[in-house]
Design a protein around this ligand. Structure first.
Ligand SMILES: [Zn+2]
Ligand SMILES: [Zn+2]
Length: 169
């Protein structure tokens, strides 16, 4: 396994493991924000009731369970970073509200989703705003070597471009 794939696989596993910390009654989601050269993980997040609230604040209702989402929780902990220099990995596509937070924080240049989400408006919105988007369509890190659609090489090219400070649409 080449070096990039090995590093990416470790970050993917970390993201998936974070979803196991979720306190949402519906399902767990994980998100991490990394530097494009894998040198740091500036923020992590998973979904659940807002800090300090009881887990009963999750109503267990579809798309209105009341939990804070993984992406929003990660963005809330981000320090100062250059404009669109960071990469977010998330177990699913962003919802509409998280898409707005991702755009407005100004620090995410590439969003990598593992699996689709029922509402595609979030993906539409971040791509309209010029944030690069990739989806693996798998949440199994052990299948990275058999992904045939070139998504991993596209991710590698885009992360390298971010590291070099080059915007590469
Ligand atoms: Zn919930
Ligand atoms: Zn969301």
């Amino acid at each position: 396994m080449d070096r990039f794939k090995k590093k990416f696989s470790i970050m993917m596993k970390f993201t998936l493991e974070l979803s196991n910390l979720s306190t949402c009654k519906r399902r767990g989601q994980g998100a991490i924000i990394i530097q494009s050269d894998f040198s740091a993980v500036p923020a992590i997040g998973y979904n659940g009731p807002a800090a300090g609230l009881s887990n009963d604040f999750c109503t267990n209702q579809i798309s209105k369970c009341g939990c804070a989402h993984a992406e929003a929780n990660a963005i809330g902990k981000l320090g100062h970073y250059p404009y669109r220099s960071l990469v977010m990995l998330c177990t699913e596509d962003p919802c509409s509200a998280c898409a707005n937070a991702i755009i407005n924080c100004g620090k995410i240049g590439l969003f990598i989703s593992f699996m689709p989400y029922s509402d595609s408006s979030g993906v539409f919105r971040i791509t309209e705003a010029g944030i690069l988007f990739e989806r693996l369509n798998t949440n199994n890190p052990d299948t990275l070597h058999v992904l045939k659609n070139g998504v991993l090489s596209s991710i590698q090219r885009r992360m390298t471009a971010l590291t070099n400070g080059v915007r590469n649409q």
